[in-house]
Design a protein around this ligand. Structure first.
Ligand code: NAP
Length: 254
């Protein structure tokens, strides 16, 4: 029960890695707010979690929309109280028939969409929730970068994705410096290939190619990312800030 009495907000918590993170925090005694795109799926998911006795709240919002994030934060704080831990997890990696779009054919609207969700989303919630954390002298922020933010992954992701994931590393280090004096730690995770709907947007062969060069010879599980996320916000990591932790089975060792 390392997170008993903590309130956590997880963006993109309705599926994939985000859902594993939500469930891990609930198991560790936290109250958890999920902000995700799809209202129907989210409401159903939260109802199932609440039936198991957990303290959960769902808000449908597009993380790239600042006004929607503002409404989401107000709804979460009204339902669960001040947010202690923010997990900037929502992210997208658009593909076209299983392939990332090369830069010379990329639609500027797709570039803006990826920057909006992956980067502005993290800014929006950090902007909205850090004033309260500063006031209370305590906060934890974890953002979901990727090994793609540190190395070239070939034809698995496109330039917008790698760019936003690299930017989140700079964002993390800056916030760690700026917010450390207020008792707030800020870290990032850099997952490798994790078995979620996102990795199924490329061919089996492409994922097999990654597994073949991953020392642990498999895809990661969402729960394995959730474990490290919860560690970073736990009392066991109270002196860890400004770090980017690979959860990648040794792939790339960036
Ligand atoms: P996922 O299975 O696609 O789940 C992403 C979640 O975010 C979904 O619930 C999705 O909702 C939600 N979402 C998407 N756009 C949103 C928006 N604009 N506003 C609010 N919610 C939105 O992806 P995942 O694999 O779990 O990835 C989670 C994070 O880890 C992402 O940041 C990703 O870049 C990062 N990551 C993943 C891997 C991997 O191998 N899976 C590796 C490195 C990093 P809908 O389903 O309704 O769209």
């Amino acid at each position: 029960m390392r997170h008993a009495d903590r309130t956590v907000l997880v963006t993109g918590g309705g599926g994939g890695i985000g859902a594993a993170i939500v469930e891990r925090y609930l198991d560790e005694g936290a109250a958890v707010a999920i902000v995700d795109f799809n209202a129907e799926v989210g409401e159903r998911y939260v109802a199932a979690l609440a039936d198991r006795g957990h303290k959960v709240h769902f808000v449908a919002a597009d993380v790239s929309d600042f006004a929607a994030c503002e409404r989401a934060c107000a709804s979460v704080e009204a339902a669960l109280g001040p947010v202690d831990i923010l997990v900037n997890n929502a992210g997208i990696s658009p593909k076209h028939a299983g392939q990332p779009m090369p830069i010379h054919r990329m639609d500027p609207a797709e570039w803006r969409q990826v920057v909006g969700v992956n980067l502005h989303g993290a800014f929006n919630f950090s902007r909205l929730l850090t004033a309260g954390m500063i006031e209370r002298g305590y906060g934890r922020i974890v953002s979901m970068s990727s090994v793609a933010g540190k190395a070239y992954l070939g034809d698995i992701v496109a330039a917008h994705y790698s760019t936003t994931k690299a930017a989140l590393i700079g964002f993390t280090r800056h916030l760690a410096g700026e917010l450390g004096p207020h008792g707030i730690t800020v870290n990032a995770l850099a997952p490798g290939r994790i078995a979620t709907p996102m990795v199924r947007t490329v061919s089996e062969a492409a994922n097999r190619g990654v597994v073949d060069i991953t020392p642990l010879r498999r895809l990661g599980e969402p729960s394995e990312v959730a474990d490290v996320c919860c560690y970073l916000t736990s009392p066991q990591a109270s002196f860890v800030t400004g770090q980017v932790i690979d959860v990648a089975g040794g792939w790339l060792m960036t």
